[in-house]
Design a protein around this ligand. Structure first.
Ligand code: SAM
Length: 238
């Protein structure tokens, strides 16, 4: 399915289900510890419907960027407590502009965007390493970049939770090594328990959702359950 069809077909409905909150809550908990008592000033790249903003406090601020007008329209309808700003823009174009203006945040979040960061002008994926390097360029010296990456798993031993978590880690770790100027300070896996009931009821279930857990996965991306790997990175030169 084309990426810009995923909100209006219901494909992305699961992102807004309460069972999926654990893709954000461990990151927010850790980031609060790192930044306490300063409020979080969050830049959420590929924010979609801005679900993350639900987990912020009144003192925090939130800037969401997404190229999808339907995802952003949903975000606008949310009753959000922190001060929020939204930009309908491409992640990389937005970052380049912020770098030119020397704008910075103390938290940059990239949730479900790595490997899916598409430039709609060309139809091609942005280069993930160059994208992450730009994310570091808009971090305050003591700021943190949170990379939140979902992965599917099944009961099958070839793609159970630990196997898939390790596989997900191994797809992201080389990118972090390539960044050089930043290092990992926290890594968390969390499971979205009970989400599969919601997924089965969606009008358009996501294509990674294998409805029968007993079915051997046909691709390493497929699974019946959802989990998330959260990586928190800080700048080495502070
Ligand atoms: C899997 S969704 C995750 C949404 C949100 N971060 C969440 O976890 O609820 C990926 C999001 O990235 C957005 N996206 C992908 N490539 C983008 C780009 N180059 N510029 C802006 N948004 C992009 C999509 O429109 C979509 O909303």
């Amino acid at each position: 399915m084309h990426d810009l069809d995923k909100y209006h077909t219901g494909y992305f409905d699961y992102l807004e289900q309460p069972e999926n909150a654990t893709r954000y809550t461990p990151a927010i908990d850790q980031l609060r510890r790192f930044h306490h008592p300063a409020p979080l000033r969050v830049l959420d790249l590929g924010c979609g419907a801005a679900v993350l903003a639900h987990y912020l406090d009144e003192d925090d601020t939130y800037t969401g960027v997404d190229h999808d007008p339907i995802g952003l329209a949903r975000a606008h309808h949310r009753k959000l407590r922190p001060a929020v700003r939204f930009h309908q823009d491409d992640t990389v174009r937005f970052l380049d502009e912020q770098i030119n203006h020397s704008n910075t945040w103390n938290v940059v979040v990239v949730a479900g965007v790595l490997f899916h960061n598409i430039d709609t002008r060309t139809g091609n994926h942005h280069d993930d390493l160059a994208f992450l390097a730009r994310c570091l360029d808009v971090l305050e010296p003591t700021g943190h970049l949170s990379i939140i990456a979902p992965f599917a798993y099944t009961d099958d031993e070839r793609s159970d939770w630990f196997v898939q978590a390790r596989w997900k880690h191994s797809t992201i770790a080389p990118l972090l090594d390539g960044l050089g100027e930043a290092h990992l300070v926290a890594e968390i896996t969390s499971r979205q328990l009970g989400l599969e009931r919601r997924l089965a009821a969606q009008t358009t279930p996501p294509d990674w959702f294998v409805s029968d857990a007993a079915t051997a996965p046909t691709s390493p991306y497929h699974g019946h359950y959802l989990a998330t790997l959260t990586l928190i990175v800080e700048l080495t030169q502070r």
